[in-house]
Design a protein around this ligand. Structure first.
Ligand SMILES: [Fe+2]
Length: 177
């Protein structure tokens, strides 16, 4: 199995378990997983970097406000279920020099932003079996009518930025160089 990189987008991902869906709550959750197909998934990046990425199952059961992620710099998301028919990942830039930020439990270097101080700069609507790579240090939200659990297998890294990951895809042939 070779999953193509159908597109890439800069975004921001990861409160880890902030707004956690664990214990029946609403929000986003990451679980470390193992898969017999792990080597096939990892083949999207050169083997020498494998230790720098961790495999998780991300589940989302509600819309997610504009935020930057905690710890994760770049994530490669293989979407299994979009969670609904009209759900977009939206990216923002601040309209002001120092936008107001909020932090909730479990957020370390990630923040939540007030949308009134942001302007939209792009969005995508993930479909099942699509792979999107997100710059999760950019401000992003997940918006739409979440009617099912949104699921993605993710390869996240605390080490490599978006541009470095794109170069890895060129090396493995997943993107044209
Ligand atoms: Fe995020």
């Amino acid at each position: 199995m070779r999953l193509p990189v159908v597109s890439q987008k800069r975004s921001s991902a990861g409160f880890q378990s902030a707004m956690s869906a664990r214990e029946g709550g609403y929000g986003i959750d990451y679980k470390k997983i193992w898969s017999p197909d792990v080597e096939k998934l990892m083949s999207i990046i050169p083997k020498r970097y494998w230790d720098d990425f961790h495999l998780t199952l991300m589940t989302i059961n509600r819309d997610i406000p504009a935020h930057t992620d905690t710890e994760i710099i770049t994530t490669i998301n293989f979407y299994l279920d979009a969670g609904g028919d009209d759900i977009d990942t939206i990216f923002f830039e601040p309209l002001v020099d120092k936008p107001k930020t909020f932090q909730i439990e479990n957020q370390i270097d990630g923040y939540i932003f007030d949308k009134s101080e942001l302007k939209e700069v792009g969005r995508f609507r993930a479909k099942p079996m699509e792979c999107w790579t997100l710059d999760v240090k950019k401000i992003h939200s997940v918006e739409g009518n979440v009617t099912r659990v949104r699921k993605a297998v993710t390869l996240g890294t605390f080490v490599h930025n978006y541009d470095a990951v794109v170069e890895m895809f060129k090396e493995t042939g997943c993107l044209p160089s």
